[in-house]
Ligand binder design. Structure first.
Ligand code: SF4
Length: 313
């Protein structure tokens, strides 16, 4: 596990709240998102295994009081961090880790002197498949912390999910199921929300289906289950659009990985693609961004991209 302040809000800031976060990064994730901003953490360590959540020396560090104390010490030393963000790698990959995270949150609540906002950003895979462990009901006892479980949904269909998560399409609904599974936990000091895991970026990086070359995320293709979560979370949060995290065109590695899958299409002069080609060389199939103008427009009407990746039309 590593804790650091996200200075620019580009990687780990809680952007839909406009807050700077002390990002608590866990090791290991079962997804292989090509756009993952946290590959250094999420692609290392074995998923659900003992390497998960190590300290700097590689020792397993799971004791909740020690973790909570470390997080509070971090907040004292970094007053610029406005909240704590538990994030990818995946903080809730299995039962054991989920229970440890809940224990840590309860310990934080016990030790904190003032209110602390904790956002737990999970891909929802484990909770959606296996259900929410009993211990989550103890979060109703919170007195000082506010906790938000955020599920950044990857893709709007099974097919998009398989391309963008790197795992089988049949798991698409797990992330959506986790939203409903967690909902009974909400209330009091706990909230549950969904966001959108990735989208188009302002630099012109546009995600297309590698075979059809059609834009991803078009509303006419949304699955019914995605639509239900979309509407519920927007209504609950009082937002006109779902907050979205978009492919960062400042991250040539992420753009290149999407290009390698054939998922990126836009004009050659697009900043993100230019950076990726500069770094890795090679060529890619490009389409005119103008072809996708209507799709960009529709996307920005349905999703609220973070400041740093807002789509300019
Ligand atoms: S789910 Fe999150 S942490 Fe895991 S690979 Fe995807 S973006 Fe990275």
């Amino acid at each position: 596990m590593e804790i650091y302040v996200d200075e620019k809000g580009e990687v780990a800031g809680v952007r839909w709240l406009g807050l700077r976060a002390g990002a608590v990064r866990f090791y290991g994730c079962n997804y292989r998102c090509p756009f993952c901003p946290a590959q250094r953490w999420s692609y290392s360590g074995s998923f659900g295994g003992v390497e998960f959540c190590m300290d700097e020396e590689g020792r397993v560090e799971v004791e909740s009081t020690a973790l909570a104390e470390r997080m509070l010490a971090f907040l004292r030393e970094h007053p610029e961090a406005e909240c704590l963000l538990l994030t990818g790698g995946e903080p809730l990959p299995d039962r054991q880790r989920s229970e440890e995270v809940v224990d840590t949150i309860l310990e934080l609540d016990r030790l904190a002197e003032d209110e602390v906002l904790v956002v737990c950003r999970t891909n929802g895979h484990y909770l959606g498949r296996k259900g929410v462990p009993e211990c989550f009901s103890r979060l109703r006892e919170l007195e000082k912390l506010r906790v938000v479980f955020e599920i950044p949904v990857v893709g709007t269909t099974e097919e998009e999910f398989a391309l963008l998560s790197g795992i089988e399409s049949k798991y698409f609904n797990c992330q959506l199921a986790s939203y409903w599974q967690l909902s009974p936990v909400a209330g009091g000091r706990v909230e549950v929300m969904a966001s959108f895991g990735t989208g188009h970026s302002s630099g012109g990086v546009h995600l297309v289906h590698p075979e059809t070359r059609e834009s991803m995320f078009r509303r006419e293709h949304w699955s019914r289950d995605f639509e239900d979560v979309y509407h519920d979370t927007c209504t609950k949060l009082g937002l006109p659009r779902m907050p979205a995290y978009c492919l960062s065109d400042k991250d040539p590695d992420a753009v290149y990985r999407c290009m390698a899958l054939g998922c990126v299409g836009c004009r050659q002069e697009c900043e993100g693609v230019r950076r990726a080609l500069e770094k890795y060389g090679g060529e890619m199939r490009v389409e005119s961004r103008d072809e996708y103008l209507e799709d960009y427009r529709e996307f920005s009407e349905l999703f609220e991209p973070a400041e740093s990746c807002r789509v300019e039309i």
